[in-house]
Write a protein that binds this ligand. Sequence first.
Ligand code: FAD
Length: 462
Amino acid sequence: MYVSVVLFTADLRLYDHPPLRAALEGARQVVPLFVRDTGVTGAGFATPNRLAFLADCLRDLDAGLRRRGGRLVVRSGDVVEEVCRVATEADADEVHLAADVSAYAHRREQRLRRALEADGRRLHVHDTVTTVVTPGAVTPASSDHFAVFTPYFRQWSAQHVRDVRDAPRAVRVPPGIGSEELPSRAALSGLSPGLAEGGETAGRERLAAWLRSGVAAYEDRHDDLAGDATSRLSPHLHFGTLSPVEVVRRARLTGGPGAEAFVRQIAWRDFHRQLLAARPAAAGADYRTKHDHWRSERTAWDDIEAWRQGRTGYPVVDAAMRQLLHEGWMHNRARLLTASFLAKTLYVDWRVGARHFLRLLVDGDVANNQLNWQWVAGTGTDTRPNRVLNPLAQAGRHDPDGAYVRRWVPELRDIAGPAVHEPWKLGAADRARTGDYPDPVIGLAEGLSRFRQARARDTDDD
Ligand SMILES: Cc1cc2nc3c(=O)[nH]c(=O)nc-3n(C[C@H](O)[C@H](O)[C@H](O)COP(=O)(O)OP(=O)(O)OC[C@H]3O[C@@H](n4cnc5c(N)ncnc54)[C@H](O)[C@@H]3O)c2cc1C
């Protein structure tokens, strides 16, 4: 009997899963395998929020496989050693894996290929499992990757998107392959209390609801902080409980300006992936350095802590940082303005902020997080690298009535209307009702002037 191993990584689903479909061709037996990779845990990437979401995903994947006659095999250890061990136990001929973009994923793929080939087995790596367009499939004339989104998007939009594959009807797993117990969310501590539920079932329900009743208004409402009118599909795309190909194809079928604007955001995800695939060092080093002498945890500890805890004295910044603590997720507009506040107004190294986001975000993702941070810090691909987002202007535009702030900052709940954005201007009676809500950690003019000097050129206050 021909046996294949399918190694699940950032593709924890049964629908639209090319590696699984390829492995099952000709009614072969398959070992669906997930390895709790000590390389990932050792790098500090396995944080409570993501481990909890992952536990949900593995349980749901196992349940889906069992409904089809199979089951998920879970092992812990070095991913290459564990895959080889399982391949030997199952006497497998080949291993299937989704392509991924980080330096770690590239090394994993190379090591795995070498180890399997030494044992006479083949590794098949599948594209368009974790992206819509394969990184490197579209390039400008003079480079191996796009550094500007708009021309990338033009080419990305013109690419053929493959058909969506059904989930398999049956999965036959060879007998005698041992598995560890599935991890469980209940065994974890330190989770954000409002963390979303993981798993393909939850992801598919969210996608269906979004396409039915959310996406049409996306173009108009995506920046409305209190409206919370974005898809919240990011953790599902990060863990691969949803296929980006399927998301794009179904959104395009829905049609309309909302769906078009939504598909454009998915293209941003691919954009950052093609950039990281070509420049893996951009996960930690400036993509385009501005020779910043950033403030660091050593020199700006109190400011950084105020930012992390949501106590900067700028209510819209604090609301966003508290949403992150509570949900392990934050609205995109909130990510933009909090990141700009840290990197530009407080002039703190973007890596300090990126680390905090990665610790908490349930969708925390090397490509999207690091490259969005670089974009905001002006060391990445923003074509206006010196723009500074003014938190008051941002609040006026994207939380005009202050409802977002009142939702997340209880000290300010009694302050009606837009006055909530500038508590330092309140009269004594109202100010007394704001409890121990702090004064601003810095004046905006002061922050802007420091940033201008640091970059030694004109900056935009936006
Ligand atoms: C400083 C900063 C850090 C970020 N860190 C992450 C991260 O770790 N993981 C992550 O998935 N996204 C990150 N983003 C991008 C974006 O904020 C989130 O993807 C989005 O807020 C998720 O919410 P949603 O699913 O409702 O998005 P929607 O607005 O519904 O968009 C749909 C999908 O498009 C993709 N997308 C949207 N905006 C972007 C973007 N700017 N860049 C890349 N992809 C995008 C996401 O996969 C998202 O789920 C970051 C943005 C900033 C400014």
